[in-house]
Design a protein around this ligand. Sequence first.
Ligand SMILES: [Zn+2]
Length: 225
Amino acid sequence: MIKICCDPGHGGNDSGAVYKGRKEKDDNLAIGKAVAKELRRHGVIVDETRTGDKTVSLKERSNLENKGSYDYFISFHRNAFKPEQAKGVETYTYLNAGVKAKGLAAKIQAALVGIGFTNRGVKEANFHVLRETKAPAVLVEIGFIDNTGDNQLFDTKREEIIKAISKAILSQLGIKYVEAQPRPPTGKTLYQVMAGSYAVRENAQRQVERLKKAGFDATIMIFRP
Ligand SMILES: [Zn+2]
């Protein structure tokens, strides 16, 4: 059985990079959870370092990874520099990583460049989660959260990003990607509750914060009328 450890960066008290009310921890979790779901759909066993907005230290992340014997460890992040000054995707391995980590990093990088992100290359870094994990480990920075163009790409092509990363991982594992079957209608009706529509993302983010404070599990959904 193939086992993967998915690691959505930051969470809880640690927002990661923040730009105009948008928090890296939320983007990381959204992608991490969706990729985990896609991998499970293909029979891969996936453990996650967090599945909600929870504070998890770097040590706790590597400890969790060290307890299992994983085929790969994949950390999801978004980059930041100076407002609107940098853009693109980069994927990291540890220093002098083996062919497995390098291979996976190259595939994830190419997949995201294929979606339209600027190619900043596969790089090496002495990051805790790359150094202290036992499995071949990669960390992907899915565009810059402080770049409007990258955020637009992230939001408009979210499903493609999830699919591209999942496909890249599955290809590295030697598993063929199978398109999800459209679900047959169940005959059930679902009633979803909305609490506002905003033309500016910051305002939507503020509403989410208000709802979260009031104890509601709110999230931003994107509609293109
Ligand atoms: Zn980060």
